[in-house]
Design a protein around this ligand. Structure first.
Ligand code: TNX
Length: 783
């Protein structure tokens, strides 16, 4: 109350001073919004005022001094508030912020309390970890503080009065980063750790080795980084279709972290309550290591560090050779010396066992050890490595493939191919971390493909991440205790820069943070998406690049072939803001109509829409054309069956397929040719026919080799109006759409026929050479 009166006084002051060189600004009041949402938060009346005389005190002793000083430093850095440390740690009656350790087990290590009273702020935790999170939450409150500024100098801040009691739901709150597919310099790792800390993540899973680069200095095996950290530069080519290295070509692209750098990074992470889980991949995803030390493979090599995608993953460590184990143990020894955390990740995913089947040493090992197949040989390798890790007082974690052939006794499973691996492991009383591709892969698209940067595939929008539940219902309460938490993975095949990595992770990281920290019952999408707006401001203040894709408007036409009507509905993920739209192809403005309910379109229209808050546009515009033409809603007879994606109406529904093959507007023919006859119903005068095809060789989709368009009045005798040959795609061709169109002087016809010949099989240059090829076709437009 007092505060509002105060504002009014200041506004008067402001008015009286118009014309003066001095300007006074009052930052508008914002409701407190903390991400992740605290377990308990109550809002009270009034505010705590921070001014030049506010002091900060800590109930410290010699053991806790450092931690308190660090917290105070964080608080000052984050809030940029002029917080003085009290002399002799003494406060007056009011105007102080006090940090305290309390003996309260209920808070656990990571829990804390923040009470913002009218005259003071009290922060309590049981442990330095909780203290760190209290500082994060208070900083978020402070970042929204109402402030009074004169001449760009802030005079006072007002933090709303709240009381927070907060503890996390899960103990493993992880974010992963693949630094092999693209190398990220150490400076970015610090930024990434800051991003994690801001969202209260406590595990950084550092994917340090893979086929395309070895990124950690190992003193005993210097070639791992001299050779394994570098590849030839093919950054201009699509990841999955890169030319292999030429003989004598210099490997110039890459990098690695020295042990000294890693020590500093580990310390930086620890100060932010983040444990780093290093991953050293085995037995597969190891070409970079084998390029340096081919003697640990089955074949002896030689190998080169591949500059792009490798599939299947056949370059693997020889499990029949004892020296491979000594090498791996030496590497792991240095890794464990650098990373003090409990868990060591040994990978284990996607090993193609072709070389093991052909290798006499591996076969002998299987015989000697009584292993019935190569899966059991992988299990032998993993168990032997686990024994070593456990002997050093650590624990092993691996991708869910380590279940195959029998799980090592104390292994923790990271479930990525769905949650099933996690369920199986939990039922066997093993700990698990959930990270299913469906919800946790931040290398996937977060919005419509045509409006997003090129990504590996998939579709994981923000709201889907937010809907993730790490504990499967099928687990009993006891088994559920084995779910330590979850993690989002950032594979970087398609993420070459740090700005791009931020774009892919923010704000999805915020959604994952809430899944992992906040009580299940408090999950509320609408509330989260309101709070996210303030998080965007924090990202901006920190200079982070983030996606506003969740504000994009989706335009969804529904076609009713019976009534021949097109109804259009518009939607967006975020709860806040209003959708404004136009139908005439112009850009919507703050004066365009607000979308309230689905509307009918009965002529060719170009719909454009965007999300606005007040007059401000928050999204990019989205656009959708609905084309009314003479074949629309007409009967189509198809000669050969299609397998996927579209339906029977797809070819004549007024909607053209886009560059994304799975947008629902393409019919997909698997090796089959395409033939369709449209019955226009009556003899009709027409002067143009066109048909569209899609090519995306990465998804096994090729343009047809030939197309023929014909017309008829009786459906028996057809006259060809167009025949076209299309050359088969070359390697590295980007996805494209092709329109085959024929115009002619008006003719009267009733039937239109289109034939298109599938290329049949993928060409020799393709990784799927010899596989069945797809033909994708959409809208046959008759005018
Ligand atoms: C699968 S997830 C992989 C990675 C790829 C990723 C791309 C896992 C254990 N293996 O090697 O980078 O898909 O999404």
């Amino acid at each position: 109350m007092k505060y509002y009166a105060f504002l009014v006084v200041f506004c008067f002051f402001c008015l009286n001073y118009t014309g003066d060189a001095r300007t006074l600004k009052i930052k508008k009041y914002l409701p407190p919004s903390i991400i992740p949402q605290p377990a308990k938060i109550e809002f009270h009346k009034g505010h705590f005022e921070i001014n030049k005389r506010t002091i900060i005190v800590a109930d410290a002793n010699s053991q806790t001094n450092n931690e308190f000083f660090r917290s105070i430093r964080f608080l000052r850095e984050k809030t940029r508030l002029p917080l003085r440390i009290a002399k002799n740690n003494k406060t007056g009656k009011s105007n102080f912020i006090r940090l305290q350790f309390v003996n309260d087990q209920s808070l656990g290590e990571e829990g804390y309390r923040v009470a913002v009273h009218l005259d003071s702020v009290i922060i309590q935790s049981h442990h330095s970890k909780g203290l760190f999170y209290a500082v994060q939450s208070l900083s978020q409150l402070a970042s929204q503080a109402t402030s009074i500024t004169i001449n760009k100098r802030i005079l006072k801040w007002f933090i709303p009065s709240v009381s927070i009691v907060d503890t996390p739901r899960f103990k493993w709150r992880g974010m992963h980063l693949d630094v092999s597919r693209h190398f990220f310099p150490r400076k970015f790792i610090y930024t990434y750790l800051d991003m994690l800390a801001m969202h209260k993540f406590n595990v950084f899973h550092w994917h340090l080795t893979d086929d395309q680069g070895w990124r950690i200095e190992i003193k005993k095996y210097p070639k791992l980084t001299e050779i394994g950290a570098w590849r030839v530069d093919r950054e201009h080519q699509n990841w999955d279709f890169r030319d292999p290295p030429k003989d004598n070509e210099q490997a110039t692209y890459g990098g690695y972290y020295t042990q000294n750098e890693i020590k500093k990074i580990v310390k930086y992470a620890a100060e932010r309550n983040i444990t780093i889980v290093p991953e050293i991949e085995m037995p597969a995803h190891t070409t970079a290591a084998l390029a340096a030390y081919p003697q640990y493979s089955c074949t002896g090599g030689p190998f080169k560090v591949p500059p792009g995608g490798v599939w299947p993953v056949t370059d693997i460590y020889c499990a029949g050779n004892d020296s491979t184990f000594y090498f791996l143990q030496d590497v792991l020894t240095e890794v464990m010396d650098l990373f003090p955390g409990t868990y060591i990740h040994i990978g284990g995913d996607e090993a193609d066992k072709k070389e093991w089947r052909a290798c006499p040493k591996c076969q002998k090992r299987m015989k000697d050890e009584g292993l019935k197949d190569e899966s059991e040989l992988q299990s032998y390798l993993v168990k032997r490595i686990e024994k070593f890790i456990v002997s050093k007082g650590r624990r092993m974690i691996g991708w869910d493939e380590i279940l195959e052939g029998g799980l090592a006794p104390d292994a923790t499973v990271m479930s990525w191919r769905g949650v099933e691996g996690g369920i199986t492991a939990a039922r066997q009383n093993h700990d698990v971390v959930m990270t299913p591709g469906s919800h946790c892969y931040f290398d996937y698209y977060q919005g419509p493909r045509e409006s997003e940067p090129l990504a590996i595939g998939g579709f994981t929008p923000l709201s889907k991440v937010y809907s993730f539940e790490p504990v499967p219902e099928s687990l009993t309460t006891e088994q559920a205790k084995h779910v330590l938490g979850a993690q989002a993975n950032v594979w970087t095949e398609y993420i070459p820069t740090l700005k791009h990595a931020q774009y892919m992770t923010l704000p999805r990281m915020a959604a994952m943070a809430e899944v992992l920290w906040s009580p299940k019952e408090s999950r509320n999408w609408n509330d989260f998406s309101q709070r996210l707006e303030k998080q965007f401001e924090r990202y901006e203040a920190a200079g982070y690049n983030y996606a506003t894709t969740a504000y994009l408007v989706s335009i969804a036409p529904t076609i009713d072939t019976l009534t021949k009507r097109v109804s259009v509905s518009l939607s967006k993920e975020m709860a806040n803001g209003e959708i404004r739209y136009t139908l005439d192809g112009t850009k919507p403005t703050a004066r365009s109509p607000i979308y309230k309910e689905p509307f009918i379109v009965n002529q060719t229209s170009v719909i454009q829409a965007g999300t606005f808050v007040d007059a401000e546009l928050l999204s990019k515009f989205t656009e959708r054309k609905i084309l009314f033409h003479k074949a629309m809603f007409k009967n189509v007879t198809i000669t050969y069956p299609y397998e996927r994606y579209g339906d029977d109406q797809t070819l004549t529904n007024g909607l053209r397929g886009g560059i994304a093959f799975n947008d629902g507007n393409w019919q997909g023919y698997h090796q089959n040719d395409f033939e369709a006859v449209i019955d226009l119903g009556d003899v009709t005068s027409i002067s143009s026919i066109s048909v569209n095809f899609l090519q995306n060789t990465k998804s096994w989709i090729f343009h047809p080799q030939s197309v023929e368009i014909s017309v008829s009045t009786d459906s028996v005798n057809f006259q060809t109006v167009r025949r076209t040959e299309i050359p088969v795609a070359k390697k590295n061709e980007e996805p494209s759409m092709k329109e085959v169109q024929q115009e002619f002087p008006s003719i009267n016809v009733r039937y239109v026929r289109v034939n298109a010949k599938n290329v049949g099989l993928c060409p020799d240059w393709h990784i799927g050479r010899g596989d069945k090829a797809w033909l994708f076709v959409d809208e046959i437009i008759v005018e």
